[in-house]
Design a protein around this ligand. Structure first.
Ligand SMILES: *[C@@H]1O[C@H](CO)[C@@H](O)[C@H](O)[C@H]1NC(C)=O
Ligand SMILES: *[C@@H]1O[C@H](CO)[C@@H](O)[C@H](O)[C@H]1NC(C)=O
Ligand SMILES: *[C@@H]1O[C@H](CO)[C@@H](O)[C@H](O)[C@H]1NC(C)=O
Length: 349
């Protein structure tokens, strides 16, 4: 999959990170983290002058080398119920922004377009062996609060203990038919590989820790640790001289940055919940999943280091879809298996 990456340095970064980090992470692979001056200049060049071939505008992310394949495992075809664990310290405004995003997946057509529901339509194109599509119905089925039970440093294993503890004391139920567990950590919480190699990841829990095999994801608020990386483009790396960060539509750099990562992880959890359904590449320990292929693409013309064209609200904030309660969000596009490129609800035609 890395063959279409524009810069050799990114290819190297991808190989390095995928070697030590377990599967299924959201990672801003197109955004160099510590580039040499030459790489930074080259990045800026591409960023400011996206390829301008009108003939290719409709094939965001396309590559003849991508073979998205179905590996016979289940996808989430019955109503999807998300269980949130708010780990650490969250304000009610932050929680409302995220809840409203999740409540927008199933929104009907009677809303101002483009919509979050229209964005989820691309995910619904994926089917299982029986030809059943991923469900349109996504809801928040339960929420638990965890005030730093495992401190401020978590690992891929201790995050499973966080899930276990909320189930054990009855804050959350065990839901193995369409249940997804999502641990959201507040800005002071460090996670293994956070910022260095991941902005979020998904996997399934181990029976030896949690007692059940449940698909789960972790997404961190990067505001304090690496917003220029995980909340890009609402914060930008210092080498992007002359490029001002975009204004976040919900006025919270960290949370608006998380929204796209949450969308990324839920799209992948639904299409590859047990890491044996939809992914490209031959290595199930480092699968390239349906959102990985469209990292950094938010609108028509996107690709390379150009995000594509998005919308501006009255206050100058950038977004590419509407949600419930007049919310606006900026969310990356998803790989479309029918056309073999990335699509989203705000496509130019
Ligand atoms: C795209 O290319 C055309 C013709 O080469 C040029 O006139 C136009 O300014 C370019 N647009 C951008 C955004 O670079
Ligand atoms: C279900 O998936 C098939 C195959 O991708 C697609 O043609 C069809 O439109 C999908 N149905 C829905 C409701 O998305
Ligand atoms: C359940 O356990 C978690 C983790 O230990 C804790 O933070 C939370 O307050 C507990 N909730 C209840 C209702 O006991």
């Amino acid at each position: 999959m890395a063959t279409f990456m524009p810069l050799p340095s990114m290819l190297v970064a991808f190989i390095l990170f995928s070697a030590h980090a377990p599967s299924s992470q959201a990672y801003r692979i197109w955004l160099p983290q510590n580039p040499s001056p030459h790489e930074a200049a080259s990045f800026m060049q591409r960023h400011q002058h996206p390829h301008n071939d009108s003939g290719s505008k409709r094939f965001e992310g396309s590559s003849p080398f991508v073979h998205m394949q179905y590996h016979m495992g289940p996808v989430l075809t019955s109503s999807i119920r998300v269980y949130i664990i708010w780990y650490g310290r969250w304000t009610s405004t932050q929680k409302a922004t995220i809840r409203d995003f999740l409540r927008s997946f199933s929104m009907g057509p009677a809303h101002r377009r483009p919509t979050v529901g229209g964005w989820w339509n691309t995910v619904q194109l994926y089917t299982d062996q029986t030809g059943s599509n991923i469900s349109k119905s996504v809801m928040v089925a339960g929420e638990a609060y965890d005030h730093f039970s495992h401190g401020t440093i978590l690992s891929r294993m201790s995050v499973q203990e966080v899930i276990r503890d909320s189930i054990k004391n009855g804050s959350l139920v065990v839901d193995s038919n369409g249940g997804l567990y999502m641990v959201l950590t507040s800005k002071e919480v460090q996670m293994q590989d956070f910022c260095r190699a991941v902005c979020g990841f998904h996997y399934f829990t181990f029976p030896s820790i949690v007692g059940y095999t449940l698909p789960y994801a972790w997404i961190g608020n990067s505001a304090q640790q690496c917003p220029q990386f995980c909340a890009y483009p609402f914060a930008v790396p210092s080498y992007m001289i002359g490029f001002a960060p975009l204004k976040p539509p919900n006025r919270d750099v960290g949370v608006d940055g998380m929204i796209s990562v949450i969308g990324h992880e839920l799209a992948e959890l639904s299409s590859n919940p047990l890491i044996n359904a939809w992914y490209a590449g031959n290595d199930p320990s480092a699968p390239t999943e349906i959102a990985d292929l469209c990292e950094g693409i938010y609108g028509s013309g996107g690709g390379g280091s150009y995000m594509g064209s998005v919308l501006l609200d009255g206050s100058g904030a950038s977004y590419n879809m509407h949600g419930v309660k007049k919310r606006r969000y900026l969310v990356q596009w998803i790989w479309n298996p029918s056309v073999s490129y990335c699509t989203g609800p705000n496509a130019a035609d």
